[in-house]
Design a protein around this ligand. Structure first.
Ligand code: NAD
Ligand code: IPM
Ligand code: MN
Length: 356
């Protein structure tokens, strides 16, 4: 029996609703496969800030550090001072040095009806892995405000920071038999991007079999909806990766469909949907839990080396999407499911697959 401690941070808004469905999936895995999960709550976010004056208490960080992986929901409550809740995420990313933000975006056949693009732009499908640098750039947390007159954040990149994320991206492309890698930057104006691009080309020499290309971020936002089928691995900086991945998420049907892993290979990593606390739909049992369930899939794949379980989770999701949908991806010919119903149906499908 493989025992794994999973720290759980539900957070605010829809966070607890979607994480509960992720836990359901972990429970199915432990019932049918040789895995035993122990869950440890690590409270964080806006509600925690209101109570304790900090959004990630030291105790929670300790629980996370002593676990095998973290499943995270979302944080943020309208009306709180900007950033106090969200800061919890940055503290985890920096505190655990989670320099990779892996954000796969794949359009399932069953969801072609929800893709906002015409067929000619979908082409032979959308299956892109965004690899976002996750500790540097504008997120390095260096900056401040001077007498309410001048505000700044420093966009800082180090050679070490660029090298490790770009190497990870090439290795990811190689591991997944990708033939092409795209680097997205703003080297025509930003100095950190110029260094990034230089390092991208240096490292690319070690991978002669992978075709490489550079694209400026503004044009990329256009190419992404004009020929999404043309991209495989896309590596980019922190801020650009944040923005592009939300745009990409809607191409596969909804922001609620997109998953992520905040990873330091071989170390404690954090898995979370890419969406936020969605205050507009919180507490209604209508949020789409698939982004979170796909984050559990990434956990199995990247932290626990269980590609077969990961595949079965994805298969169970695809099968479910033919039968029912949450409101954000609804189809008039299919049942509309609540958050919990969607989690239950995927669990049922997964049980059958894992029993075989
Ligand atoms: P959001 O991602 O919460 O929501 C944007 C839109 O997408 C909303 O209409 C929402 O209803 C919809 N949506 C999001 N998740 C969904 C789901 N699972 N199912 C169906 N629809 C879904 O972004 P926002 O409204 O800009 O931000 C709300 C709060 O979340 C803010 O405080 C923000 O800072 C925070 N935030 C947190 C995270 C995180 O915790 N990782 C990420 C992004 C934003
Ligand atoms: C994300 C979020 C976070 C980010 C915020 C909430 C700190 O938008 O995970 O995409 O900007 O990285
Ligand atoms: Mn974001």
């Amino acid at each position: 029996m493989k025992k794994k401690i999973i720290s759980i941070c539900k957070g605010d808004g829809v966070g607890p609703e979607v994480v509960d469905e992720g836990i359901k999936i972990l429970n199915v895995i432990s019932r049918y496969i040789d895995f035993e999960f122990e869950f440890k709550e690590a409270p964080a976010g806006g509600a925690v800030w209101k109570k304790h004056g900090e959004s990630l208490p030291e105790k929670s960080l300790e629980i996370i550090k002593n676990s095998d992986a973290l499943l995270f929901g979302a944080v943020g409550i309208p009306g709180l001072p900007q950033g106090v809740a969200e800061y919890a995420i940055l503290r985890i990313r920096h505190g655990l040095d989670l320099y990779v933000n892996l954000r796969p975006v794949k359009l399932y056949d069953a969801l072609r009806d929800r893709c906002p693009l015409k067929d000619e732009y979908i082409g032979n499908g959308i299956d892109i892995t965004f690899i976002r640098e996750n500790t540097e750039g504008l997120y390095a947390n260096i900056g401040g405000i001077l007498k309410d007159e001048v505000a700044q954040n420093l966009m800082i990149y180090t050679r070490h920071g660029c090298e490790r994320i770009i190497k990870y991206a090439f290795e990811y492309a190689k591991r997944n038999n990708h033939t092409k890698i795209t680097s997205v930057d703003k080297a025509n104006i930003l100095i950190p991007s110029q260094m990034w691009r230089k390092i991208f080309h240096e490292i690319s020499q070690e991978y002669p079999d992978i075709q490489k290309e550079d694209v400026y971020v503004d044009a990329f936002c256009q190419w992404l909806i004009r020929k999404p089928y043309a991209y495989q691995t896309v590596v980019t900086g922190n801020m650009f990766g944040d923005i592009i991945s939300d745009e990409a998420a809607f191409l596969i049907g909804s922001l609620g469909m997109a998953s992520s892993g905040n990873i330091n290979p071989g170390k404690v990593s954090m898995y979370e949907p890419i969406h936020g606390s969605a205050p507009d739909i919180a507490g209604k049992n209508i949020a789409n839990p698939i982004g979170t369930i796909l984050s559990v899939k990434l956990m199995m794949q990247e932290s626990f080396n269980q590609p077969k379980i990961a595949n079965e989770i994805e298969n169970a999701i695809e099968e479910t999407l033919i039968e029912g949908r949450t409101v954000d991806i609804k189809n008039p010919d299919l049942n509309t499911l609540s958050t919990k119903e969607m989690g239950n149906l995927i669990s049922e499908k997964l049980k059958i697959r894992l029993k075989k």
